[in-house]
Ligand binder design. Structure first.
Ligand SMILES: NC(=O)c1ccc[n+]([C@@H]2O[C@H](COP(=O)([O-])OP(=O)(O)OC[C@H]3O[C@@H](n4cnc5c(N)ncnc54)[C@H](OP(=O)(O)O)[C@@H]3O)[C@@H](O)[C@H]2O)c1
Ligand SMILES: [Zn+2]
Length: 372
């Protein structure tokens, strides 16, 4: 029998709903929610909004005031135990007189990992962990992957026709999917720490690779404010130094990191543009390690068939997101991804369908790699 009651589940659901509100803003921090309950009634709640601002527990404790004494805290991630920009939340809970703490999951951050819960038990506070763990993992998949593997969570986005084509033979590709799917892409970009693309795609399409409030889904506009949205870092593979300061990328003031194996003179580029120099060998994997070091939690990839294939081949894709438009483009149109090393059906990479959603006239499919 579970050690958790239906009431525990209800309050943790609420804490998780609160945590989800932070997912557009907290990077590089995790999204965390907290609910304080006393005598079956909620006396305080809160979520972490942005790095440098109070953690969820602190927000909930401030709201509860004196009522925190004797309360149970439901937290979506183990309370922190280290002095960062703010003092440890475990200590805050102890000082406020909370008597029990239930965490949805342990924090894999080596600075915390079990130490927060230990701090609580050392102070005589009852604690329990692993309630609605699956949902808690989902909310912070980027932060958790970076903490566990030192690399960001990679989401590869592709938009295609019913027959798996992404552009006409001429390269014409605007637009395969409808406005609602493109609006969904804006939402996905806004949740990401960084976007990844290539000079080939920038030269072909001259994209801005930014988050545009005007194109944000209407239902989210009531929940978030324009000034809350962050512009993700743009990471562009450009070994041949083909990106120029005149590209539209530079009209948005958020970092652009140009990746190559050799450095170039960046005179004429805005000061938010810098370069990442990496050896050619295993460049994509090395890039992910470097982005992990730079505290990038999630990467949203918008690119052509070449890089899409390379990332799949290198087993670097954590989630494949395909928008399917109800159009047929025919055999002369361009394909979805290049997998030149693949010769036998038995070796075809396999994917597990996790979500299926209709967005306007299009379908959004979300897959994770299967087996291996
Ligand atoms: N349907 C969609 O969702 C979608 C999205 C975006 C773009 N597109 C279309 O895609 C087309 C461009 O596609 P493309 O296939 O020519 O190019 P691409 O996939 O965008 O980029 C190819 C470039 O990626 C880099 N790259 C690939 N594999 C690599 C590896 N293993 N290691 C290091 N770098 C690697 C190289 O960049 P460098 O040599 O420059 O370093 C290579 O030249 C455009 O026409 C665009 O419209 C479609
Ligand atoms: Zn904390």
């Amino acid at each position: 029998m579970s050690e958790f009651s239906a009431q525990d589940r209800k309050f943790m659901q609420r804490a998780l709903d609160l945590a989800a509100k932070g997912q557009y803003t907290t990077t590089p921090n995790p999204s965390v929610g907290c609910v304080l309950v006393k005598n079956g009634k909620m006396v305080g709640e809160g979520f972490h909004f942005k790095a440098g601002q109070p953690h969820a527990e602190r927000v909930a404790l401030a709201q509860a005031g004196e009522n925190a004494k004797g309360a149970t805290a439901y937290v979506t991630l183990e309370p922190c135990s280290h002095y960062g920009r703010t003092p440890p939340c475990a200590l805050g809970l102890i000082e406020a007189g909370v008597i029990k703490v239930i965490a949805a999951m342990q924090d894999p951050n080596p600075q915390v990992a079990g130490k927060g819960l230990k701090m609580l038990s050392d102070a005589g506070i009852e604690s329990a962990v692993n309630l609605l763990n699956d949902r808690a993992e989902k909310i912070n998949k980027g932060f958790l992957k970076r903490m566990r593997q030192g690399m960001p969570f990679v989401q590869l986005k592709l938009a295609m026709s019913l027959d798996g084509r992404t552009a006409m033979a001429s390269g014409e590709s605007k637009w395969i999917t409808g406005p609602d799917a493109r609006s969904d892409v804006q939402k996905m970009r806004a949740k990401s720490s960084a976007l990844l693309s290539t000079s080939a795609t920038v030269l072909a399409d001259d994209p801005s690779l930014n988050v545009r409030w005007d194109e944000f889904p209407e239902n989210l506009k009531t929940e978030y404010k324009k000034e809350d949205l962050r512009q993700p870092v743009r990471v562009i593979l450009d070994s041949q130094h083909r990106i120029q300061p005149t590209h539209k990328l530079f009209l948005t003031h958020s970092p652009v990191w140009l990746v190559s194996n050799k450095s170039r003179d960046l005179t004429g580029f805005p000061d938010f543009c810098e370069q990442i120099i990496l050896p050619k060998e295993n460049l994509l994997k090395e890039l992910m390690r470097e982005l992990g070091k730079r505290q990038i939690n999630t990467i949203w990839v918008e690119t052509g068939a070449n890089l899409a294939g390379s990332l799949i081949d290198a087993k670097l894709v954590d989630e494949l997101i395909i928008y399917v438009a109800p159009k047929l483009l025919g055999d002369n149109a361009r394909g979805l991804c290049q997998l030149p090393n693949l010769t036998q059906l038995a070796d075809a990479p396999l994917w597990q369908l996790n979500e299926l959603e209709q967005i306007g006239d299009d379908i959004k499919l979300t897959y994770t790699p299967k087996g291996i």
